[in-house]
Design a protein around this ligand. Structure first.
Ligand code: CMX
Length: 435
């Protein structure tokens, strides 16, 4: 058994036992009341699932196993000479709740390289898709197509015991994470570079190799990908993509099916697709104003026009956060350190000054601050990744780390089939007569 799996086995078995006792002794304890406005309002704040890998505080933002994003940037192992964390380290931390050593992440990079072979049938299938198929659709279908290789599905069909679910899920998770940058790079090179595919570099780490396979040569882009793929990985369990994958996973659908479902959820404009919407909206603004150095007044007028058209301002607002998203702030730090003069970056910073007071003045927006998607596009364009319909795929590659680490935990802890209660409006009206 490999070193990470061994650790996971010990830790998850201990927590499973602990939780069994917690439920036995405290199962009757009430944790919260659900208000009518929560049931009708997208279940905001309803505590309804166990999710180990990260936790979100409305004021402070995300913490992965207790570590904030700036702490991760400082403490996770790095490629010698680079300032950015290795996503391998974050996966290790999420899975076994321990910061890994440099040797641990080197082992994990190597392990993922070994497992990164794509089925030829998946590549052939991608080749037959209409070239203008949205990259997220291509990614979702490609992941689904690899389900043929699922160790979980195979062993389940052979009659696997419940006690083995975690083991088969771990194997699928590791294979899928290893493969996903290769699938994503293939889609990118096929869609935007005449299918001129680049061979992986066996010397590189998971994110560095992804940057290499995309074909962007600037070494800073490798650093960017290490940071990007770390900070987008997880945002506790209730966000739409993680929750979708958790729900589908709770049916014992194999990890390929569960992760693809999560990707379909990420592809919605109120969630992950917002990263493409932000840069598209900025380009619309530049086109309309005919300048790449708009004034604050010009930006304010364009924001107002967008709102008057009944649209949302992409990259702003959040269902949980009530402060600027630390994932936005760390991208800002990156841009300040590496590319402070980039014109799109300057626009993003001006938008940050202009939008919050306008949204706050509407009186209904609970969080007027930028989220993770407000900054990424401006940095990607600077390094030459201009094809914004691809941006959500980058988010998805990163999300594999969180979703699949969480699925390992769900299977190890014996998470049951998820099945909340729905109500009809007739039931609701009748109920209101009784209270
Ligand atoms: N621009 C304009 N209006 C906004 C807004 C924004 N950025 N954010 C919220 N609102 C509006 C809502 O549409 C809602 O209006 P109605 O009452 O007319 O329906 C009202 O303010 C209240 O919404 P809320 O409670 O503040 O926000 P929700 O929890 O319902 O929604 C989110 C959260 C993210 C969907 C919303 O803020 C939004 O649409 N933002 C823009 C899209 C975006 O950036 N999404 C990415 C989020 C991060 C991620 O998951 O990747």
């Amino acid at each position: 058994m490999d070193r990470l799996k061994e650790k996971f086995k010990i830790k998850s078995a201990a927590l499973r036992l602990e939780l069994k006792n917690i439920i036995k002794e405290n199962g009757h304890i009430k944790m919260s009341d659900v208000l009518l406005k929560q049931t009708l309002g997208g279940m905001r704040g309803v505590k309804s699932m166990l999710y180990e890998t990260s936790a979100l505080d409305p004021e402070e933002g995300i913490r992965f196993r207790g570590y904030s994003i700036p702490e991760l940037r400082e403490k996770l192992p790095k490629v010698p000479g680079d300032k950015e964390p290795l996503p391998e380290g974050l996966f290790w931390l999420m899975l076994v709740d321990e910061l890994p050593s440099q040797e641990d992440v080197l082992w994990l990079s190597k392990e993922w390289r070994k497992r990164a072979v794509l089925p030829v049938s998946t590549l052939k299938m991608l080749d037959t898709m209409p070239p203008d198929t949205h990259p997220m659709v291509q990614m979702s279908i490609a992941i689904m197509s690899m389900h043929e290789d699922s160790i979980f599905a195979k062993r389940y069909a052979e009659g696997m015991s419940k006690s083995e679910y975690w083991d088969a899920t771990y194997e699928d998770a590791m294979n899928l994470i290893a493969r996903i940058p290769h699938v994503a790079a293939y889609i990118y090179r096929k869609a935007y570079h005449h299918n001129d595919q680049l061979a992986p570099d066996p010397e590189l780490d998971w994110a560095g190799n992804f940057a290499h396979m995309l074909g962007i040569k600037d070494p800073e882009f490798k650093s960017l990908m290490r940071l990007y793929l770390t900070i987008h990985a997880d945002h506790e369990g209730g966000n739409a993509s993680a929750h979708t994958a958790h729900l589908v996973g709770s049916t014992l659908a194999d990890p390929y099916l569960a992760f693809a479902a999560g990707m379909n959820s990420l592809a919605g404009p109120l969630h992950g697709l917002a990263n493409q919407e932000v840069i598209k909206w900025i380009f619309e603004m530049i086109d309309e104003l005919q300048t790449r150095t708009p004034t604050r007044e010009q930006i304010a007028a364009f924001v107002q026009k967008t709102l008057d058209e009944g649209r949302v301002i992409p990259g702003y607002g959040h269902a949980v956060l009530r402060k600027p998203d630390p994932r936005f702030s760390i991208q800002r730090v990156f841009a300040e350190e590496y590319i402070p003069e980039a014109d799109l970056v300057q626009i993003v910073w001006k938008i940050f000054e202009v939008v919050p007071p306008i949204l706050a003045n509407l009186g209904k927006v609970k969080n007027p601050w930028p989220n993770v998607d407000a900054h990424s596009g401006a940095i990607l364009v600077h390094y030459g990744l201009k094809e914004y319909t691809y941006y959500t795929v980058l988010f998805g590659v990163s999300r594999a780390l969180g979703i699949l680490a969480a699925l390992c935990w769900a299977r190890a802890l014996g998470a049951p089939l998820e099945r909340p209660k729905s109500i009809t409006s007739t039931w609701l009206k009748e109920y209101l007569k009784t209270v």
